[in-house]
Every structure is written in structure tokens, then in C-alpha cells.
Design a protein around this ligand. Structure first.
Ligand SMILES: [Zn+2]
Length: 224
């Protein structure tokens, strides 16, 4: 009989303790929210401070309570750092943020398109411009009436120029002041001396070429 009574008593005692712990934990959870809502000053009297001594006082003889008490106190002693007030700094609604981004983009893009000058269709390059004709004096052994591009010297009404392959490719258009009325003329030929910023303008006769001589001119080199 004594054993049974003791077991029932122990069971009921353990059950009571279990209920108490559960109740306290619930109170703890709810209490923390309240405590956080009313901010820190309530910390000294917070459920954690109250609960731990209670637990210690209620069940000093229970072997389980010795385990339970330390389990409760560390969690309650370190309150969760994130309080509702601290977590949410003022953030503009997404629609406002998107609008602001769009406005910013518009501001950054507008000047680029509006202020950028239209791309010039040519570059002015100062070049030494000499002249030649299809004669042997001018062209030596290659005086065959065919330019280095394969086009005959009669191409484009015999108005074309020779240039350095590293500077201007065949077909590139240039405008040389005083040559062909400053109209565009294609690069159709090469020359042994025509390297770098040098041009040779073509004339049908040697006299015309001689008359031209050599001139430093601002040549318009058109883009491809
Ligand atoms: Zn010549």
C-alpha cells in the first residue's frame, strides 16, 4: 500500500510540476511579447527573473526539476535580440522605390542621349598630300593602268587617291581640299612612299600631278 501511495503521490507531484512548467513556459512566451512591447525597463521584473526562483523553490527534491530549471533560465536570461521596433526601419513601399529607380534611370539616361553630339561622319586628319599620274615616272614598273585595288585608273572618272593600307582600306572615302572640288574620292591605290599620314591624289596627266605638288592639308576621312 505504501509503495502504491508513494507512486501515485510521485505521479501526481510530477504531473503537477509538469503542468506548472508548461504554464510558466506559456506565460514566459506571452510575457516576453508584452515585455518587448513595453521595452526594456520591465526586464528586472520580467517573467524570467520571477520564474527561475520559483522553479528552484518548487522542486528542490525532484531530480527532474534540477534539470528543468537550468534549461529554462538560460533561454530566459538571454532575451531574443530582435524586438519588433528594432527590426523594421522605415522602408518605402515597393511601388515608391520602383518609381524612384525609374526616375533615377531617366535622369541618368536623358543627358547621355540629349547632350551627346551627333557622331560626326568624318574625321579631319592633317596629311601630306602629293599627286601622281599613271606614267612611268610616277608609277615605275607598275604603270599598267590598273590600281592596287584592281580597279582601272579610269575608275570614278579617274578621281581617287592612294593611301597606306595600314591607315585606310580600299574603298574608304576621303575629301581632299582642292582635289575634285573637295568631293569625296575613294582610296583605290597604294604607293611605295605613301605611308602613314600621306596621300597621293591621282591625275590623268603628269602635268596636272606636277602642278599639284605637295601640300599639308586637313583631309576629311569618312567613316565606313
Ligand atoms: Zn606622272
Amino acid at each position: 500500500m505504501g509503495l502504491a501511495t508513494w507512486t501515485v503521490l510521485a505521479m501526481s507531484k510530477a504531473g503537477k510540476f509538469f503542468l506548472l512548467v508548461v504554464t510558466l513556459l506559456c506565460a514566459l512566451a506571452c510575457g516576453w511579447r508584452l515585455a518587448l512591447a513595453t521595452v526594456a525597463p520591465a526586464r528586472a521584473g520580467s517573467p524570467a527573473a520571477v520564474v527561475a526562483p520559483m522553479l528552484a523553490a518548487v522542486a528542490p527534491e525532484e531530480p527532474g526539476s534540477a534539470m528543468a530549471a537550468p534549461q529554462v533560465s538560460p533561454t530566459s536570461a538571454n532575451p531574443p535580440p530582435a524586438s519588433p521596433q528594432a527590426v523594421s526601419p522605415p522602408v518605402p513601399p515597393p511601388s515608391q522605390a520602383a518609381a524612384a529607380r525609374a526616375a533615377k534611370l531617366e535622369r541618368t539616361e536623358k543627358p547621355v542621349t540629349a547632350d551627346r553630339p551627333a557622331r560626326r561622319e568624318y574625321a579631319a586628319v592633317r596629311m601630306l598630300v602629293t599627286a601622281y599620274c599613271p606614267c612611268r615616272k610616277c608609277c615605275g614598273e607598275s604603270a599598267d593602268g590598273v590600281t592596287a585595288s584592281g580597279r582601272p585608273v579610269t575608275a570614278n572618272d579617274s578621281r581617287f587617291v592612294a593611301a597606306d593600307a595600314k591607315v585606310l582600306s580600299f574603298g574608304r572615302l576621303v575629301s581632299v581640299p582642292g582635289y575634285h572640288g573637295g568631293q569625296k574620292a575613294p582610296v583605290l591605290d597604294r604607293g611605295g612612299l605613301i605611308k602613314g599620314k600621306r596621300l597621293d591624289v591621282f591625275f590623268p596627266t603628269h602635268a596636272q600631278a606636277q602642278r599639284w605638288g605637295a601640300r599639308w592639308l586637313d583631309v576629311k576621312v569618312y567613316r565606313d
